[in-house]
Design a protein around this ligand. Structure first.
Ligand SMILES: NC(=O)c1ccc[n+]([C@@H]2O[C@H](COP(=O)([O-])OP(=O)(O)OC[C@H]3O[C@@H](n4cnc5c(N)ncnc54)[C@H](O)[C@@H]3O)[C@@H](O)[C@H]2O)c1
Ligand SMILES: CC(C)[C@H](C(=O)O)[C@@H](O)C(=O)O
Ligand SMILES: [Mg+2]
Length: 352
């Protein structure tokens, strides 16, 4: 079983190292991990954020463990050379259109949420974010208006097949949970969202046991803080999902806790091919200081074991060790504690 390890930039390598140590400590036979450069690190070494060799290693693997990309040194490069294009390019090239971002409060961490403990304690949701379309991948550019004004533009669109395939993922996810699905859009203003809503309603007919509701994204942002416990599965587009998942992370307690799986339809001998990464970025403000919380990446590795390698009991083992570590009060600075990146990794290893 092959895992491609793409650490990336900033805290990416620091948090990925801990997740790799956890996978190694499981002592599984037949696991082969291969590291490849990506992001600003790859640009600086090879002139491209996603070198062809890296894409090949990624596509020949059963699952990809991804750290984070993003480097302030690269922020003025042409867009196609920026580090972020590596993750966007991987998602698109490998047709990883379904991004699952679970958000659940860990026992004992209720009081570490940005919300009141009794509000936070009820959080147990999965955000299903579409990853291959929306304003992210539409035509974009700069132009000059008739009056000489500079304009920037990014075209937002979704096709019905794109909405249909992500809607099926969300309904199936809901079927495996509490059977409640909230589709988040901005259909009161955007035609892209109207089509989104129409198609979700069509797909819903195939899942009569799932209770479907629709919510405008501005209201969803508010409800996520007011009563996050009411959400089970949240289905949304690429841009809204990006924003709402960062918000959900602080409802749970820290962005350093939220993992993700990006899946497509390709099956390998072991499971569904996918890419696994924390939802956070390269955090240049704390990079290189041993302060990053590696839990989100360790939990992403657990998702890789479950979805791509068919090793559900090993995934459970890692998740239980993370939960025990947090319950024992081993917390990074992001959660008001003092534990560093390696110390948190050591604590998880000790509880496997
Ligand atoms: N998938 C990705 O690779 C990804 C995701 C988001 C942002 N980015 C990139 O990362 C760079 C920085 O972006 P940003 O600052 O907006 O977002 P960020 O997620 O990197 O950081 C936001 C804040 O959260 C903190 N933080 C993030 N992860 C943490 C962790 N594991 N432990 C403790 N604290 C953590 C950071 O210190 C920072 O204060 C940008 O270049 C951005 O494009 C990449
Ligand atoms: C780095 C960026 C392209 C990325 C996104 O917007 O999808 C990130 O914010 C994420 O959440 O994975
Ligand atoms: Mg994001």
């Amino acid at each position: 079983m092959k895992i491609a390890v793409l650490p990336g930039d900033g805290i990416g390598p620091e948090v990925t190292r801990e997740a790799v140590r956890v996978i190694e400590a499981l002592g599984l036979p037949d696991i082969e991990m291969k590291e490849a450069p990506v992001g600003g690190a790859a640009y600086k070494a090879y002139g491209h954020p996603l070198p062809p060799e890296t894409l090949e290693i990624a596509s020949l693997s059963d699952g990809i463990l991804f750290g984070a990309v993003g480097d302030p040194d690269c922020d003025s490069l042409e867009r196609h050379l920026r580090p972020e294009q590596a993750i966007l390019g991987l998602r698109k090239a490998l047709t990883l259109f379904a991004n699952l971002r679970p958000a659940k409060v860990f026992a004992g961490l209720e009081s570490h949420s940005a919300l009141r403990p009794e509000v936070a304690g009820a959080i147990d949701m999965v955000i299903v974010r579409e990853l291959n379309g929306d304003v992210y991948f539409g035509e974009k550019g700069f132009r000059t208006a008739a009056n000489g004004d500079r304009e920037g533009y990014d075209v937002m669109s979704y096709s019905e097949s794109e909405v249909r395939r992500i809607a099926h993922v969300a309904f199936r996810t809901a079927m495996g949970r509490a059977r409640r699905l909230c589709s988040v859009d901005k259909a009161n203003v955007l035609e892209t969202s109207q089509l989104w809503r129409d198609v979700v309603i069509e797909v819903a007919k195939e899942y009569p046991e799932v209770a479907l509701e629709h919510m405008y994204v501005d209201n969803a942002a508010m409800q996520l803080v007011r009563a996050p416990g009411k959400f089970d599965v949240v289905l949304t587009g690429n841009l809204f999902g990006d924003i709402l998942s960062d918000q959900a992370s602080m409802c749970v307690g820290s962005i350093g806790l939220l993992a993700s799986a990006s899946l497509g339809e390709r099956q390998t001998a072991h499971g569904t091919f996918g890419l696994y990464e924390p939802i956070h970025g390269s955090a240049p403000d704390i990079a290189g200081q041993g302060l990053a919380n590696p839990m989100a990446t360790i939990l992403s590795a657990a998702m890789l074991l479950r979805h791509s390698l068919g090793l559900a009991s090993q995934a459970d083992r890692v998740e239980a060790a993370v939960a025990k570590t947090l319950a024992d009060g081993v917390l990074g600075r992001d959660l008001g504690g003092t534990a560093g990146t390696t110390e948190i990794g050591d604590a998880v290893l000790a509880r496997l």
